[in-house]
Design a protein around this ligand. Sequence first.
Ligand code: PLP
Length: 412
Amino acid sequence: TTGSTTMASLKKSTKLQNVCYDIRGPLLKTAVQMEAEGQRIIKLNVGNPAPFGLEAPHEILRDVSMNLPEATGYSDSQGIFSARKAVLQYYQSKGLLSAVDVRDVYLGNGVSELIVMTMQALMDDGDEVLIPMPDYPLWTAAANLAGGKAVHYRCNEDDNWHPDIEDIKAKITSKTKGIVVINPNNPTGALYSDDVLKQLIEVAKAHDLVLMADEIYDRVLYDDCVHTPMSTLTDDVLVLSYNGLSKSHRIAGFRAGWLMVSGKKQHATDFIEGLDMLASMRLCSNVQGQYAIQTAMGGYQSMQALTAESGRLYKQREMAVSRLNAIPGISCTMPQGAFYCFPKIDLDIYPIQDDMQFMMDLLLEEKVLMVQGTGFNWDTPDHFRVVFLPNLHDLEDAMDRLDRFFAKKRQQ
Ligand code: PLP
């Protein structure tokens, strides 16, 4: 038969309606297009250390390559024993308060996969989870994708970006299932005090909430700061601890992450069954990456050489923050961890309505790609995130361009 049938256009599922991940969103699409046209773009949208010459420790590469013949098949769904054991020992050496064994550790394709799995296991339609604002946006995206609702609690810039405990309390409802804590934080670089962590635990305990502690930057610390894992402060709240090697060992491409379940596990057997099921459904995480974990966990931590006063990341942080603060109408809190800062833009000087468009202008005019604050679920178009991973020379170039861009905007 001839004749044409009109096809309805294929739509994405409605599940994706409230799902957003702007770190690799429309700005990146434009940047890739510009690159295809032969333009050089300084891409400061992703916290991926390797492309900036921050090499993985050689012992890790050696270990992974030596174990390659062993890593060709699927592993146990939760991961290989030696890696899971090393993860347990890591927390135990830091003073883990509750009893755990290897069954409490799940290896994942990065923390990312484990975040998505957790939300799928935890959330029924309409359930709520408290997520920081600003946040690492995968948390919000994963909660919404699971049919839940991300409810954002405020972190206070005036208080070194610490979580606002009163705001958290005010936003708890009968539907709240848990609280997400990102410490050290992306995008603000904040490191939380033990006092604040204990207050968060008290709130979780009082309302029987799960604490989800994303601690992927726990080894990326400046100024002799010390990080306290949430799991070392409580044994009577269910704590899910997330970490991995993408940042501390600069092997984001190996997709090596883990989740440890600790604390009040006895009332969570059904939820844990759900996690087991989801871990089985994706068979296992990248096995080559799993082989990096045991070597990475103990001994010399090369990240420390990069964040010490003489180290590359330390110097880059100093430059980024001082160059940003020197721009009229920009103020930037000093990050104590990770490799980001989240400067504030004075809207009286720069009357921005749409901060994604503002960052698009920066990309088109100065060929620098950065992500707007609302991409981190910040509620006002007055922030943006700077990734200070490039070496000093390239960072200086990026800052010169930023300087020129803001100067032009002041004259408009
Ligand atoms: N959590 C935070 C706070 C992050 O910044 C990132 C990556 O940028 C991730 C999780 C995901 O990391 P991965 O999936 O590489 O372990």
